[in-house]
Design a protein around this ligand. Structure first.
Ligand SMILES: NC(=O)c1ccc[n+]([C@@H]2O[C@H](COP(=O)([O-])OP(=O)(O)OC[C@H]3O[C@@H](n4cnc5c(N)ncnc54)[C@H](OP(=O)(O)O)[C@@H]3O)[C@@H](O)[C@H]2O)c1
Length: 319
């Protein structure tokens, strides 16, 4: 069974939906099991895990609880700008939380998939970042997420850290929904054109996460000690690269084509300097995906392809 932490967030909701669709057994927690509280995590693990000294115990629903073999952590402090003035809470959730989760996961003998971010890099590069490149975060969010990765790596060996970027999904606030709303409300919009990266559809990331689990479970490796997919850090975004401005222009074009945007809006480029934010963003945060593509033998869709699918989908509903 999979324990999905942060199951009500944008990515967590998508993973939950796909697990349910595939009839994969899972249990979710969100704010109800505070990741900053190690005991709360252990209590939850204990009450849902047959390996935690409760083998054969009958649960309140009359079923024998299943063993938790995987933990997916999607919970985090994700408000990048707010983190600059809320560093203590960002650290508690992004650094201490993953440490607590890693300890609980290790205690029950499960494997961990932890989600991280392109913001661990400073964005001064000009070629896609590989997993082994040095972390140099720019702001509080990136610093705390990088520390969360370190904490996981220190606490356990059976982990996958998946760094992603520019994430959007059906169940949460995100750039695609924000732009669509603004484009319906305004005549003109300025969007930064000097930051490069790759949008990521939560549907594709969720599918890759589930593929890691399925592939590992199908071929657990020699005596179950190694995994078919080597543990470690992986990068996952959609393919290609763009700027926020080009991303916004494509949202406008597709939004118009599929009836999400009813009025005209002129989308114009601006510089980061002209649009200051409390947190500094990496100017270039394209991630190299070859490691995950080779390990999972998947073809990742381009960002344009996935954006079209997203905007066309009947699940598209601005939050
Ligand atoms: N969104 C992006 O563009 C982006 C980009 C790169 C990487 N990521 C990473 O991807 C992962 C998923 O992001 P997301 O956008 O899906 O995040 P999200 O929508 O903010 O979901 C996070 C979930 O964690 C919950 N949570 C907050 N504090 C908690 C606590 N103390 N204990 C338990 N749960 C708590 C949140 O509840 P509340 O909603 O009530 O706070 C929310 O349901 C994160 O690790 C994030 O850093 C995101």
């Amino acid at each position: 069974m999979i324990w999905l932490i942060g199951s009500k967030g944008m990515l967590g909701s998508e993973i939950a939906r796909q697990l349910t669709e595939k009839h994969i057994s899972w249990v979710g927690s969100d704010r109800d099991v505070d990741i900053s509280d190690p005991q709360a995590l252990l209590n939850f693990a204990d009450s849902h895990d047959t390996s935690a000294g409760c083998t054969g115990r009958t649960a309140s629903n009359g079923k024998v609880p299943e063993k938790i073999t995987w933990v997916i952590n999607c919970a985090a402090y994700t408000a990048v700008d707010k983190a600059e003035s809320d560093a203590e809470l960002a650290k508690i959730l992004n650094e201490d939380g993953p440490r607590n989760i890693a300890r609980a996961t290790r205690k029950i003998g499960a494997k961990l998939i932890h989600i991280s971010t392109d913001y661990v890099f400073d964005g001064t590069g000009s070629v896609p970042y590989t997993e082994t490149m040095e972390k140099k975060p720019l702001g509080v969010y990136g610093v705390t997420k990088a520390a969360g990765e370190d904490a996981v790596e220190k606490e356990m060996t059976q982990y996958y850290i998946l760094r992603t970027a520019w994430l959007y999904g059906f169940d949460g606030k995100n750039f695609v929904y924000t732009m669509t709303k603004l484009m319906n409300d305004r005549d003109a919009l300025n969007v930064v054109s000097d930051q490069k990266g790759t949008p990521t559809c939560a549907m594709d990331l969720a599918a890759a996460i589930i593929k890691i689990i399925e592939t590992s479970d199908k071929a657990p490796g020699l005596f179950g000690k190694k995994s078919a997919i080597p543990y470690g850090v992986y990068h996952f975004t959609n393919l290609g690269e763009t700027t926020w401005f080009e991303f916004a222009r494509r949202i406008y074009e597709l939004g118009k084509r599929f009836g999400r945007i009813q009025s005209d809006c002129s989308v114009n480029p601006c510089t980061t300097e002209e649009y200051p934010t409390p947190a500094k963003r990496p100017a270039y945060s394209v991630l190299d995906k070859s490691k995950i593509q080779n390990a999972l033998r998947i073809k990742i869709p381009s960002w344009e392809e996935s954006l079209e699918k997203f905007i066309k989908s009947p699940r598209f509903e601005i939050k």
